[in-house]
Design a protein around this ligand. Structure first.
Ligand code: MN
Length: 493
């Protein structure tokens, strides 16, 4: 797996802009300020922040950006104009920038030293106008970037930088992401279809397929010892409530084989489909759940968009609590003023969102026409979360994110043989569900307790796809009008 284990493996260059007008002494002070800021901020933000010099000439700027572009470890640059840095110097560099960019608008000194302020102080605390000059050229060049404004030691500023780093990590991960499909799209389903070429152009996702026979061949190579070893591990971690051990072991065989194929082929996400199980004795259930828990993206019914989105969100959430899962809106609890959605799937829900103990059982499945599959059964925990769905609008991708509130199940559901999670829509059931339907959101989405809508919005902005947000305070009439305007705007683009 091409997994990075920690957000700190994503490097961001901190670039301080200035010019040669002020003399070497001032530049040295600027350098020291920037280095101190990087040192302090790096200890409190998600990604790795690296001081990359004070740039004062067009050549230095262009060289630095070219180097950032071609360095695989570099996930983005953060610019800050400590002093005035005439922006025509930045044009050649910014024109070739292909990494995510954040413009930090801050100042080394928090307060004006009223009793001592003189022109020397003014000269080394000029962000107020230096960053405006920088802002103009980025806007003039239509550079997508995040602007963060405020005092650099403030928690809110650090948090915004941290979150943006997660968005950038998602973009960079997506740019080399490979998704393997063991089946085509579910027959006749529309929303899980999409333009794979467009997805690769915009998001970098490379989506290709293998035959189900390739998986079956790999499964036949897995030894009984390997499966027994894997069984021992899950037995320690989960409650096994069935005596149909062979069915569980069959899922382990599927899981190990998928993982091996992924490792060999460099795939970090995969899809299956219950309509294409030729050569398989069970629909992959427990197998998918174990792989999702390890960080793989997954989509059922050939849904490669959800699989890819889930994978990059797994990277973006690294180090945050809460977990995330592929999930499907399944059925409603329409009690007045307490309307809830019950989300689940045939089998495949990620145990990273489990609230309590997880049990493994083998139960019949009316779909797929195979043997009873093994699956993990649990209930998702309560907490604020988002649902993210990516759809192909024809000519463009749209990322839809809804804020939701996951809740404890109203009552136990002893006969429900799958993992599930319940949530409340915002701002209310009717508005939330209408907005989702008007915007074309899928019945498949990624439910994340760890990420938020701002992180997802920044991701969409960096790669240049449409973003639609559903949350507190939306008005359905305004929302509908915004969708119409967006259609016009994206046509112009
Ligand atoms: Mn489905």
């Amino acid at each position: 797996m091409n997994v990075k284990n920690c957000m700190k493996e994503f490097e961001f260059r901190f670039v301080t802009g200035s010019q040669n007008l002020y003399g070497e002494e001032v530049i040295e002070k600027v350098r020291n300020h920037a280095m101190e800021m990087v040192r302090v901020m790096d200890g409190q933000i998600s990604g790795k922040l690296i001081f990359k010099d004070v740039v004062t000439t067009p050549e230095e700027i262009t060289h630095l950006i070219k180097e950032a572009n071609y360095n695989d470890k570099c996930a983005g640059i953060i610019t800050w104009m400590h002093t005035f840095s005439p922006s025509k110097m930045w044009i050649n560099g910014l024109k070739v920038l292909n990494k995510p960019m954040l413009h930090l608008h801050t100042q080394y000194n928090r307060e004006i030293p009223f009793d001592d302020i003189d022109m020397d102080f003014m000269n080394i605390n000029q962000s107020a106008h230096g960053d405006r000059e920088h802002g103009f050229i980025c806007t003039r060049l239509r550079i997508p970037r995040k602007v963060v404004a405020g005092y650099w030691r403030d928690k809110k500023v650090m948090e915004e930088i941290s979150n943006w780093m997660r968005s950038a990590a998602g973009v960079v991960t997506g740019s080399s992401l490979k998704v393997v499909r063991f089946a085509d799209n579910m027959r006749d389903v529309a929303v899980t279809e999409g333009d794979k070429v467009e997805a690769q152009i915009k998001l970098g996702w490379s989506v290709n397929s293998l035959a189900m026979g390739d998986l079956v061949t790999e499964m036949n190579k897995i030894s009984v010892d390997e499966i027994d070893e894997a069984f021992k591990e899950i037995k320690e971690e989960y409650d096994i409530v069935t005596d149909k051990i062979d069915a569980i072991k069959y899922q382990l065989r599927i899981g190990i084989a998928i993982k091996r194929i992924c490792e060999t082929g460099g795939f970090d996400a995969f899809v299956t489909c219950f309509e294409n199980l030729y050569g398989l004795e069970q629909l992959p259930g427990l197998a998918c759940q174990l792989l999702m828990e390890q960080g793989y993206g997954f989509g059922p019914e050939g849904d490669w968009k959800t699989a890819a989105l889930m994978r990059i969100m797994k990277v973006m959430e690294m180090g945050l609590p809460g977990g995330l899962s592929f999930v499907e809106d399944y059925t409603y609890h329409l009690q007045k003023k307490n309307e809830l959605v019950l989300g689940t799937h045939m089998l495949e829900v990620d145990p990273s969102i489990a609230g309590g103990r997880i049990r493994i059982d083998v139960q019949p499945l009316g779909i797929g026409n195979r043997n009873d599959p093994a699956r993990m059964i649990f209930e998702g925990h309560a907490g604020d979360a988002i649902m993210a769905s990516i759809v192909d609008m024809g000519g463009r991708m749209r990322l839809i994110v809804a804020d939701v509130e996951a809740v404890e199940p109203v009552k136990a559901m002893p006969k429900l043989p799958v993992a599930s999670v319940m949530w409340k829509l915002l701002p209310d059931f009717e508005t939330g569900v209408k907005a989702w339907i008007y915007s074309g959101g899928s019945h498949h989405s990624v439910l994340s307790y760890s990420l938020n809508s701002n992180i997802m919005r920044d991701l969409a902005e960096i790669v240049g796809i449409e973003f639609v947000h559903i949350g507190k305070g939306i008005d359905i009439d305004v929302f509908k009008k915004d969708l119409i305007l967006a259609d016009q705007m994206w046509k112009i683009k």
